[in-house]
Design a binder for this molecule. Structure first.
Ligand code: ZN
Length: 76
């Protein structure tokens, strides 16, 4: 089987003919929106709480450095 002649169903990840509108295995339309498709990244989005926690860590690391630089500038 030449993989170049087939597409992969984005719902069941099986090889299908590229010009079929519906996957013969799972019956989904071949619109590229399944969990094996490119749109799957949207479901694996980083939750906002992790982004906030990440920023807090960055601030906690940067703040002592900023205070040190500020004190050094003031002492000159
Ligand atoms: Zn399928």
């Amino acid at each position: 089987m030449d993989p170049g002649e087939y597409e992969t169903c984005t719902y069941c990840n099986r090889s299908i003919f590229p010009d079929v509108a519906e996957c013969p295995y799972c019956g989904h339309y071949t619109d590229g929106k399944g969990r094996f498709g490119l749109g799957a990244e949207g479901e694996r989005r980083i939750p906002r709480v992790f982004l906030i926690a990440g920023w807090l860590v960055v601030l906690a690391l940067a703040l002592p450095l900023l205070i040190t630089v500020w004190n050094w500038l003031k002492s000159r």
